[in-house]
Design a protein around this ligand. Structure first.
Ligand SMILES: Cc1cc2nc3c(=O)[nH]c(=O)nc-3n(C[C@H](O)[C@H](O)[C@H](O)COP(=O)(O)O)c2cc1C
Length: 361
């Protein structure tokens, strides 16, 4: 039987337990994309209170691909120092730490650059419809190199690896999804739609070595669950050593799911992936995990290797301790105010309940 306090191997590293912090953007950097000391305190606090693996929020690999102008980045060397402080703060508490490398694609903010896509498609940008720009092969290669260079900077900052943002309609997900109607080597079969992600993975592996964790946050249902598994198999062959499953462009509401289960449809995608990739790479799930009982159910029934938590850890930085030791916690209200940025820590009503000197920023 697996319990939350059991270590798990991720790539060549050991993670001390099964609780992982899912990436959550704060949108409180300047236009320079530098992570200020706030970020080291924010992530260090979650690490201090027991979280074993911290995935630092979507971090832009190139300024024109940002999802918001105040997003943090790793597109130049000046940005390394802020990340070094985050990595150190997490390591000081025994947690592994990786940044989530991100390029907007169809989710690019218009103030940062054009919406880009494998294929020219009409896309919604707020209430406007916009024609996304189709990327040429040299542009694709340049963006791949941006991911690889950002991973090299992540390694220089002292991180244990990187996570690639391959879900939620951003560029790696766009290539894998049905939006991609290319007829060249980057479109068509699952192998071709996975090519963009695979070239990034193998480039990072070559540049950063075998001990560097490469996780991919994949969509579990783009365009179908079976095809997503096929895409993920290519990522694993290319060198991905951890799959963290979320959703993507495809609507999830029609996915078959037994509503009596203590986890939702999106988390259920992780359970399906875990069944498929058992013994190959560890798999994580996310979405709607709000109580220690849910985590216990998923791990004790060996439905998953690790559990990613976003809002639960924004609402209570010590939620991991509640899972590990049964200590009291404040449950996320589900109000979604954290999505309004900037900063989060000032607007989460649950966090205010337990706010003390240590938690006051
Ligand atoms: C404020 C906020 C910021 C988020 N930022 C990111 C992000 O940077 N990258 C990402 O892949 N997902 C992001 N997400 C999605 C979460 O990682 C997670 O998948 C989602 O919140 C569901 O998990 P939960 O129910 O534990 O909150 C964000 C979610 C929230 C609420």
């Amino acid at each position: 039987m697996i319990t939350a306090d059991m270590p798990v191997r991720i790539g060549s590293r050991m993670c001390k337990n099964r609780i992982t912090m899912a990436p959550t953007v704060k949108f409180c950097a300047g236009d320079d994309g530098i992570a200020t000391d706030f970020f080291a305190r924010h992530y260090g606090l979650r690490a201090k209170h027991g979280c074993g693996f911290i995935c630092v929020e979507a971090t832009a690999v190139s300024p024109e691909g940002r999802l918001f102008p105040s997003q943090i980045g790793l597109w130049n060397d000046e940005q390394i120092e802020g990340h070094r402080k985050i990595a150190q703060a997490c390591h000081a508490c025994g947690a592994l730490a990786v940044p989530q490398l991100h390029y907007g694609g169809l989710g690019t903010h218009p103030a940062c650059g054009p919406l880009t896509s494998p294929t020219a498609v009409m896309w919604h940008d707020g209430d406007r419809e916009v024609m996304a720009k189709e990327l040429t092969v040299p542009e694709i290669r340049r963006i791949e190199q941006c991911f690889i260079d950002a991973a090299v900077r992540a390694k220089a900052a002292g991180y244990d690896g990187v996570q690639l943002h391959g879900c939620h309609s951003y560029l790696i997900n766009d290539f894998a999804s049905a939006v991609n109607r290319r007829t060249d080597a980057y479109g068509g079969s699952t192998q071709n739609r996975a090519r963009f992600g695979c070239e990034i993975i193998s480039g990072i592996r070559e540049a950063c070595g075998k001990d560097f964790i490469i996780s991919v946050r994949v969509s579990g249902c783009d365009p179908t669950v079976e095809e997503s598994i096929g895409i993920a198999e290519h990522y694993v062959k290319a060198g991905c050593d951890y799959l963290q499953v979320s959703c993507g462009i495809q609507d999830t509401k029609d996915l078959p799911h037994d509503d009596s289960l203590p986890y939702n449809r999106i988390a259920g995608l992780g359970v399906i992936f875990h069944e498929h990739f058992k013994g190959v790479v560890p798999v994580s799930l996310v979405n709607g995990i709000r109580t220690p009982e849910q985590v216990k159910y998923l791990l004790e029934n060996e439905l998953i290797d690790t559990v990613d938590i976003a809002c639960g850890l924004l609402a209570d930085p010590a939620f991991s301790e509640a899972i590990l030791n049964g200590s009291p916690y404040v449950k996320c209200f589900g109000c979604r105010r954290c999505g309004w940025g900037p900063g989060h820590d000032h607007i989460c009503p649950a966090l205010k309940i337990r706010r003390n000197e240590e938690w006051e920023f």
